[in-house]
Design a protein around this ligand. Sequence first.
Ligand code: ZN
Length: 329
Amino acid sequence: MNDAFFKTAARAFSFGFAGAPLDRVSDKREDLRAVAAMRERADARVALIARDMPILPRGAAPRDPLFPLSAVAALGGARFDALLGLDGRGAPVFAAMLADEAVEQIADRSDGFLDRRTLIVPGRDDLELVDLRTIAVQGLVSPAALAVLGQAKAILHWHARHGHCAHCGAPTRIAAAGWRRECGACKAQHFPRTDPVVIMLAVDGERCLLGRQARWPKGMVSCLAGFVEPGETIEEAVRREIHEEAGIVCGEVAYVASQPWPFPSSLMIGCLAEATSRAITIDGVELEDARWFDRAEVVAMFEKRHPEGLSAPAPMAIAHHILRFWIDA
Ligand SMILES: [Zn+2]
């Protein structure tokens, strides 16, 4: 291992939600005076989220999703907020969850895969709510801003669903500049959760295993994935998930890369797994289909010329990069 190795690795992967450019200043979170002073700074900015959807200014991409702190009061105030960190110039960046009433839902065409709620900020034609997946796929903000929005959405989502103590049921209050909740009754402390998910490509020589879920858009295939369970290593989770979903037995497992995935708060852990069996048995629950594909077929998917119209995951997803890593290896 040397510097060149790490530089090569860093260049090889540039997926969505990774690489937030903020210094998280975790040592400042308990310092109430320092955090209060950050809120007073004229250069402080905030990512705004309402009902789990980021608010963007209208305009040409890349849009700047960070607003001056005064925008929070102008939109009716925040339910709660969190200090995300300091940007490269030392300016504080916060994330604020607006009141649900600050926005209005005028339509909902969600299909179980894509969030297609149409939300508006009444009286503010200069603003637009766009779900984070669409922001990522359409490149509406820079990669660095996308990572900040992902951080904002994950932490605010956690607060929105942890208003009560998981231990005794009493209300909890926010602490540590948004990075902890405390129960006033039983004194339990609760920390933001990140759920580890393994996402892996089983490989049999020159072929790899891809599957599809029924709820996915037509023609889309991808790596298999599943949550790591308590008491399990990453490698064990990879082998178990592939066996459960496709009936394939795997031996060696190698880590490739990881990606924060704020839907709502996962960490995708990308791996390659060496298949030691070949006959596929679909579980019919997670997957509706799975097949072995050779390199040429995967390349055809990337180039959108697969004869069956199959498509590979978008570059914002780690699955895309695991596939490219295997093709290039
Ligand atoms: Zn409690």
